[in-house]
Design a protein around this ligand. Sequence first.
Ligand code: BMA
Length: 295
Amino acid sequence: MHMKLQRCILNPLLSPVPQHHWESKYVFNCAVVKKNGLFHMLYRAQGEDMVSRIGYAVSTDGIRFNRLEKPVFTPKSPWELYGVEDPRITEIDGKFYMMYTAYSPMGVRISMASTTDFIRWERHGVIIPDIDNKDAALFPEKINGRYVMFHRIEPDMYLAFSDDLIHWDNFVSIAGPREGYWDNLKIGVGAPPIKLDEGWLVLYHGVENTPRPTYRLGFMLLDLNDPSKVLKRSEEPIFEPEEEWEIFGGVPNVVFSDAMVEHEGNYYIYYGAADNHIALATISKEEVEKWLKER
Ligand code: BMA
């Protein structure tokens, strides 16, 4: 069975704002969480200086977003000299944890910040030191008594485990690129996983080694008690660049997602298009269930 996400007809949902110096050039990869009937979006933005900052937008229907004029999260530490990138947000015990990439001349590092209102942030700093690493996302609950998160040491998707969300150990590679496939160069987690009866549903991005790398999306299903076990993985991509504004832009041929939200029988998947715009694609839960049951 071949699944495909459907584009929202109002796409792209958000584009750069020439009058806002911090988001005048590119707006793209975003985290979205739904809480008390509101969709909260935290998105990566770049202006003339090409430094990534994080803006905030809010919506009641998940489609029409109102954004603030100023970013809510900006670089503060030497690790963030070039920017704060690619937020992924997980709610744990009423608090929202944002994993993001800190980028500087020293490399890329996974960092964490937390909030209860998306405006005021507590910074926890770099949480995996000493190694270039990105694409981090937290599981929404402990597994076997420990916190679990995805991360990416090129080219594989990894898990790491922790007792306090700050110190992480036991790095384990769970999946890598597949030769001859659409994800033959490198892969990384998309959104934080969603717990289903069948296992953890994980959105991920796969990069194909084309002259200019192509970024597409797929699903994985991981074992509920041992998420290092991959039970199922998309043979074909579920989404790929097709629209003009996905093929041409800041970085061409990119659909890159950090957010998957359950809404009215569907999964809403927010994505950055060509590192230039923010857009939405959806799929019914029913269709995903069918794929999960297929042997
Ligand atoms: C990845 C990340 C993403 C970006 C993608 C395509 O390495 O940096 O933020 O969307 O490349 O440029």
